[in-house]
Design a protein around this ligand. Structure first.
Ligand code: J9Q
Length: 270
């Protein structure tokens, strides 16, 4: 897959992409990411990419011509018409489903917007506008990196273990179950603030790994993990359960947990 990124801050994109799983995929050639400095597509001596908004007001707006020239140059290299994605707060929410759809494209172009805005006429060349969430940022560079990472992970060969990508709990619409590693018991002198959350009767400080995970009983471990994943999703992100794909066992667990919760509500607990 080829991803072109158009930005006024190429260094913000290049450095993070060189590290980790994406860096290796790029080295191997599984993924081709090309970063374009919008200033290289200006024609004036001062390489100006923005200007004051017509109608007045604060801030600067990205000028249209350098963007059109950059997109024309990228299109000329590739030959085929471009799928241009603009990162902006006005965009449709970025979800795993959107990442899956984009990962099936051979070539996408990410255009990094600015907080102050992009000349509206650029949208004639934009196929879709994507927001990664509702918060204020100065520019679309970090959103573009988020999109690249989420999309690239779904491209065959980028992540080592295809199986784990396909089975990822979030792809199924569930939060993950709790994970532990050694040691089986943490011997801390002073219980920390995190400890209250765990609160098992035999382990009030939550510093012991649940016995079931040490039992070697793989059927029971699988059941425990399902219950934890469903319970966490119900408690923290109940709206995810509407679109989740649950197997029979998970549906049964969910019915149990909901019945238990509703019984609690009836008795005045919340
Ligand atoms: C360009 N806040 O925020 C969330 N998704 C995209 C953005 C964004 C922003 C400012 C400029 C993109």
């Amino acid at each position: 897959m080829t991803i072109d990124i158009v930005t006024i801050f190429p260094a913000m994109i290049e450095q993070p992409l060189a590290a980790g799983i994406l860096g290796r995929a790029i080295e191997r050639g599984t993924l081709d990411v090309r970063v374009h400095d919008l200033r290289d597509f200006t024609t004036d001596r001062h390489r100006v990419v923005d200007d004051a908004p017509y109608g007045g007001g604060p801030g600067m707006v990205l000028k249209p011509e350098p963007i059109f020239r950059a997109l024309d140059a990228i299109e000329a290299e590739g030959g085929a018409p471009l799928s241009v994605v603009l990162t902006s707060p006005q965009g449709t929410p970025f979800t795993q489903e959107v990442a899956q759809r984009l990962s099936r494209e051979k070539h996408i172009v990410l255009l990094c917007g600015r907080y102050e805005g992009v000349d509206e006429r650029v949208r004639a060349r934009v196929g879709e506008e994507i927001s990664i969430g509702d918060y204020v940022l100065s520019g679309g560079e970090l959103p573009a990196l988020v999109i690249v990472e989420a999309v690239a992970r779904l491209v065959p060969g980028v992540v080592g273990d295809e199986q784990s990508v396909a089975e990822d709990s979030f792809s199924r619409g569930l939060l993950d179950f709790p994970q532990y590693t050694r040691p089986a018991e943490l011997k801390l002198r002073r219980p920390g603030p995190v400890d209250r959350a765990a609160g098992c009767p035999d382990d009030p400080c939550g510093l012991k790994v649940p016995d079931v995970l040490l039992s070697g009983n793989h059927a029971e471990i699988r059941r425990w993990r399902k219950r934890e994943a469903v319970a966490r999703t119900l408690a923290r992100r109940p709206e995810l359960l509407t679109g989740a794909t649950l197997d029979e066992e998970e549906q049964e667990i969910l019915r149990e947990l909901v019945a238990q919760r509703d019984k609690g509500v009836e008795h005045g607990r919340h």
